[in-house]
Design a protein around this ligand. Sequence first.
Ligand code: 5AD
Ligand code: SF4
Length: 457
Amino acid sequence: MTSETSKPEPKRLFIKTYGCQMNVYDSERMRDVLRPLGYQPVDTADNADLVVLNTCHIREKATEKVYSELGQIKKMKQASGGKMTIAVAGCVAQAEGAEIMRRQPAVDLVLGPQAYHKLPEMVARASRAAGERLETEFETLEKFDALPKTREADGPTAFLSVQEGCDKFCTFCVVPYTRGAELSRPVDDIVMEARNLAAQGVREVTLLGQNVNAWHGAAPKLEGGSEWGLSQLSRHIAKIGGIDRIRYSTSHPRDMDADLIAAHGDTPEMMPFMHLPVQSGSDRILKAMNRGHTAEHYLDIMRQLKEAQPDIALASDFIVGFPGESDQDFEDTMNLVREVGYAIAYSFKYSPRPGTPAADMFGHVPDEVATERLHRLQALLWEQQRAFNASKVGQTIKVLVTGKGREAGQMHGRSPWQQAVHFDAPEHVMGDIVDVKVVGATQNALAGEFAAVAEVA
Ligand code: 5AD
Ligand code: SF4
């Protein structure tokens, strides 16, 4: 794991606070949450990059005062060549909402009281909309946000980048700030690269993206030119000669659509594996995480996937110890895991990332509690992983041979469910899809007996 910190030019932040102690507190928090985006507080509005009026509704004519103040600030914005961002926060924003932006179009953002934790997201969105790239002080942690680069083919499997960036703004995550907005690679580029990989002997491609199922793009003209989603892209890549297996990672529940689920049933190249992170089984925590889905919505997707492709292996990510997570919230996560039954899952103890909204939330979970929850969750997930692997013992499965094993005469490969498989076989089967009878299973791998080079439809 590496971390790096860049020091961008400071931006000037002016906050004018009206009214009560609560607003004074909120303004302080706004300064805190904006610091990692490079904003330094200044004493006057002129020349500021971001002006926030943190308003109060309590006194008469307060609203009119805000509009007259906005009139002044608008002139400063014009003088700056439009570079200034103007935000209205607090109770007037709550009461007037969109009316503010209608009456004073110079206003860029409106946010309600105690919504200071929304500011980094809103500022990031506004600067993206203006075509800027936000230079942030977020340290980049490879574990969370690295997107593997497309490789030269060096075997029968390859990654293929199709999408980058994230617009979801989960409150614990730095990716939307560090990686920028969601961007889909055009179909022609992807198909050209897929053909090139196939020509080099690649038989399995994994389509990659931060939110891979948010991928969309115009279909090739020959295919009618309409808008495609990941399902149509996958079916199209499946038709490329030599490509026998397609995977994709990582998906978001909000971007799952019926056709992608259907593709798991109607496209044999679509491998029976779905990595769909849920993070928590508690609706309260999912809301605080800004995930945009409930546990039930997620479970419904999982049920539909199992209907479309009954042998599908399900995978997820989990965070335990998110601020405010109670014993009951954690039990909800455990129950969701019991209901889904995972083939594999990754679980993390919540770690506050400075500048993300969650880092500022109340309800810190003591480390001993989070550690204990993580251990219990992992024990359950590992038990499910062992059971899933054991369920393949006795079956003859199709394995894509990816290399030589550790011992002489041994080869290894990958099952349709992404398990590592070891078996004795001649070296010349490298790159083939072979039939292997599974004779043993551990938590991390299957042991098999080579049966024959398989026919692939
Ligand atoms: N703390 C703990 N886990 C995190 N992840 C992302 N941000 C954090 C954080 N602040 C996890 C999520 C995500 C995975 C790639 O990393 O589970 O799905
Ligand atoms: Fe981070 Fe959420 Fe985007 Fe995933 S979906 S990259 S967790 S903000």
